[in-house]
Design a protein around this ligand. Structure first.
Ligand SMILES: [Zn+2]
Ligand SMILES: [Zn+2]
Length: 140
């Protein structure tokens, strides 16, 4: 059984475009084997996938203080800032089981990777982007 590193309840197995993803129904965090795969999907694909719930940071009351344990091997994961300057802290398994993203972090990284922050006036799929960016911004 794969346990949520935050809630310590069993994670559900969902599928996003053929990729198996572990997701917590309580805190809506996800364990991804490969982040790159998610970044290659269109916004529409992401929104229409079972991972849709994790795009919106609507479960803010997660205690991030304890070190997260990998849902697969139970070893402590290491925290780092994705791509150094994205501002998004992610937890990664040291032995390669993947990375854990808390609720809303997938959308933040997606935004970062696709550079939406750099062009606020852009009209490209404006509405979809707006939805993806609908997460609350952290005040730190
Ligand atoms: Zn959880
Ligand atoms: Zn692991």
């Amino acid at each position: 059984m794969n346990l949520c590193p935050r809630c310590h309840i069993a994670l559900d197995l969902i599928e996003v475009d053929g990729e198996r993803v572990l997701m917590c129904q309580r805190c809506e965090g996800v364990m991804l084997r490969k982040l790159d795969h998610m970044m290659e999907l269109s916004e529409e694909q992401l929104r229409q996938s079972p991972a849709n719930e994790t795009l919106f940071a609507d479960h803010p009351h997660v205690d991030l203080t304890p070190v997260a344990a990998c849902p697969v091997c139970r070893q402590p994961m290491r925290r780092y800032i994705y791509s150094t300057d994205s501002g998004v802290a992610v937890d990664a398994c040291a032995t390669g089981h993947g990375i854990w993203l808390d609720d809303g972090e997938l959308a933040k990284i997606y935004d970062y990777v696709h550079g939406y922050g750099a062009a606020p006036g852009a009209t490209r799929q404006e509405k979809v982007t707006e939805v993806l960016r609908g997460y609350g911004r952290k005040s730190n």
